[in-house]
Design a protein around this ligand. Sequence first.
Ligand code: SF4
Ligand code: SF4
Length: 372
Amino acid sequence: MDPLDRLALDRTTGERAGVTRRDFIRVVTLAAASVGLSSTAAMRVVEAAAKGMKPSVIWLHFQECTGCTESLLRTSHPAIGNLILDLVSLDYHETLFAAAGHQAEDALHKAMAENEGKYVCVVEGAIPTKDGGIYCKIAGKTAQDMLTEVADKAGAIIAIGSCASFGGIPSADPNPTGATGAPMILEGKTVVTIPGCPANPYNFLGTVLQFVALGTLPELDEKGRPMFAYGRTIHEHCPRRAHFDAGRFAHQFGDEGHRQGYCLYKLGCKGPATHANCSTLHFGEVPGAWPIGMGHPCVGCTEQALAFRAPIHQTIDIERPTPPDTYPPIHADQGGVNPVVTGVGGLVVGAALGGAYMASKKLGGGADDKEE
Ligand code: SF4
Ligand code: SF4
């Protein structure tokens, strides 16, 4: 059997799972491209996974709804949850573990001892700090102590979701438990943050892939977010942007502007101040499955200053109200546009956005996306 075909087998029953070899290679290659890895590096990851060379992952759950794990597991076409489980050795995960109590604790400490300095510590959920951190305890330890102990010997630390990145919903006013994010507890350590409520699984996969392939982490912004995913605002690549630039707005849910798909700024959209790639990498592999795509304003869930703090329907200041020079103008005066400049700019922006959008579509598969 082709060693890669083993990846498509269910690990417990030994039967063929929902992930084909082709799906596996396709998603790994596309996710690798999103972080700037070559297809050769992506294939190295695939081959290493086929040989069983997988990094150990210890996944901690604290104050959260488990929505980030659920979002990862609920993907399909292909099942990215299975793909991630094929790429890494998930040695501790309270939601997915069959083990409990002492067995789970033993697995945690064994994985830490055997992979010291090399394992990936993934944190999901906020960490309570008030009253000595007593509001979240696992195996008699506070979340704060458990995180510090596991992160201390990790090779990489990833905070998945807004809760782990900066406190998220548990930290909303009046924040009765003093909830905060992993970077605030682990000051001085590099913590990759993948905020989002839930986080987009592909941003997580891209980060893990780079660590697996090269042993490095992606370029991060000042909040620890990978630049490949959080380098631009939603507003910069929103499909409703032309309506914003032309002054066409929805004023109420269900009004004519809303039905026409106009800009949602006046309904409180936080897209102009929210750094994320939701508009080009949709959720659950369903094209259009993201808040603005379904007619709801962006709530800014990847931004600590906005999510669960700024009222959902309150409008925000726009930092850059005019479109960048590289966008085609809404109403160009005849003869006022340099076709060379516009053409080159359009090509660059079009290639970047088109690539991301097509990646989203390809990741989603489709009726015409037949198996070999
Ligand atoms: S970030 Fe959102 S989806 Fe993820 S665990 Fe927190 S509340 Fe749930
Ligand atoms: S305000 Fe919101 S809906 Fe309007 S263009 Fe910007 S991101 Fe899109």
